[in-house]
Write a protein of this length. Structure first.
Length: 219
């Protein structure tokens, strides 16, 4: 996994802890919050893995029940082991399997981010997450003005918080962190929206960022 992608996810969790208290934070606060963000990721991954385990148990129960009730096994003597039977892949089983895949991928990603962020040799993750937060703190009025200006019909204060934080991270990169390519910032913001926000959020965020890019001549 790329360190910068991990840093953006950490920054998103960091933003969720700060609410509107950026002005009162210093470097030490940001460092502490990054560590708390790592703990949140680990706890989240543990919860996701529990969901995956529950999904696997449902799939197993469904398969065992199907096998026991199959005509091949209905008339077998009591205590006799069931004979394996061909299993039709029903929509319900497929949906359960998809759920297990999704939550497992999310959990593995979270654990990878946590691992990268806590290894001393990979300070880039923590440093870049803190850089995003510090840069946003310095330019918060301008960045929030850009969100309000480019989100026609939306009040920034009523916007879904996750969407607002993703936009803040992306616009911070687009306008103030030259080392990050424009396309990368936008693509990563869209991916964060797909993972953490609503079904409509990715296109909503992409549209606002496109306006910000045009408005500011970002290249």
């Amino acid at each position: 996994m790329q360190a910068r992608r991990a840093a953006r996810e950490l920054a998103l969790i960091l933003f969720s802890q700060l609410n509107e208290k950026f002005e009162s934070c210093n470097n030490e606060n940001f460092d502490d919050l990054v560590l708390k963000s790592v703990r949140i990721l680990v706890n989240s991954s543990n919860d996701d893995l529990k969901v995956a385990l529950t999904g696997l148990m449902r799939i197993k129960d469904s398969i065992q029940s199907y096998q026991a009730k199959h005509e091949t096994n209905l008339n077998r003597p009591i205590g006799a082991s069931d004979i394996p039977v061909a299993l039709p892949m029903t929509n319900e089983i497929l949906e359960n399997i998809d759920t297990v895949f999704d939550v497992s991928d999310k959990a593995l990603l979270a654990l990878s981010i946590a691992e990268i962020a806590t290894l001393e040799s990979n300070d880039e993750v923590k440093d870049y997450a803190v850089k995003i937060a510090q840069t946003f703190k310095e330019h918060k009025p301008v960045i929030d003005e850009q969100i309000q200006k480019c989100s026609t019909g939306w009040d920034i204060n009523r916007m879904f918080k996750m969407d607002r934080d993703i936009l803040r991270i992306a616009i911070t990169e687009l306008l103030y962190i030259d080392e990050t390519p424009m396309k990368v910032s936008v693509d990563e913001a869209v991916e964060l929206a797909k993972k953490y926000s609503t079904d409509e959020s990715s296109s909503f965020i992409n549209g606002i960022l496109s306006k910000v890019i045009l408005e500011n001549g970002v290249k």
